[in-house]
Design a protein around this ligand. Sequence first.
Ligand code: ADP
Ligand code: MG
Length: 217
Amino acid sequence: MTFHMDSKNYMEYIKLVSKKITESKDYITEIDAATGDGDHWVNMNMGFTAIANSSAELENLKLSDMFKKIGKNFISVVGGSSGVLYGSAYLEAAKLTAGASHLTPETLCGVLEAMTNAIMQRGNAKPGDKTMIDSIYPAVQTFRLGLEEGTDLTMLLPAVKQSAIDGAESTKNMVAVKGRAYYQADRSISHIDPGAVTMSYQIGILMDYALEHLTPA
Ligand code: ADP
Ligand code: MG
């Protein structure tokens, strides 16, 4: 089995994320009030709503141009660290997909890897710092290892999703060293990181989408 994800598919995925973020207002705001400055939901909702609202235009672009527009949107529309970090991630995805018409399991994994590296570089953070990285990093590791081992995608895609969820959950036991949560580091212990949670939503929805769009190889 395999999958082919073009710009139209990707914008369908973005709309699903936008819906999920919008529905999660109370929970994300509550956990961000515990560790951060309480604006993470507003930032993410503003970004994904704006991008989803541009889907009629974006779904007709080449994959790389679509990623570039998404990145620029995040940077211009979204305040806070997450705007810059997601912006950098999507601009890196645009570079990687120049000339490509669709994503395959292999190129999607490469895109997620490039996004992870862009976020780590831009924010000067690493796994264990209690950020969104703690969700995407282990998910990408699971994805890469599974592809190398030839794991069936019907097993691998749910495993990638689970790694993202477990990674977000693991931030509960971490002390924040980056971002605004750092300033209240001792208060952040035992609280899950909001950016890791919204990242796990995105990876989960992406894996579900890919799973639903598997085709014979
Ligand atoms: P801000 O931190 O500027 O208020 P947001 O509230 O939108 O921005 O996003 C907060 C989330 O961003 C955090 O929960 C964390 O996951 C993530 N984050 C903050 N700083 C960094 C960083 N340097 N590297 C990676 N992720 C970060
Ligand atoms: Mg914030």
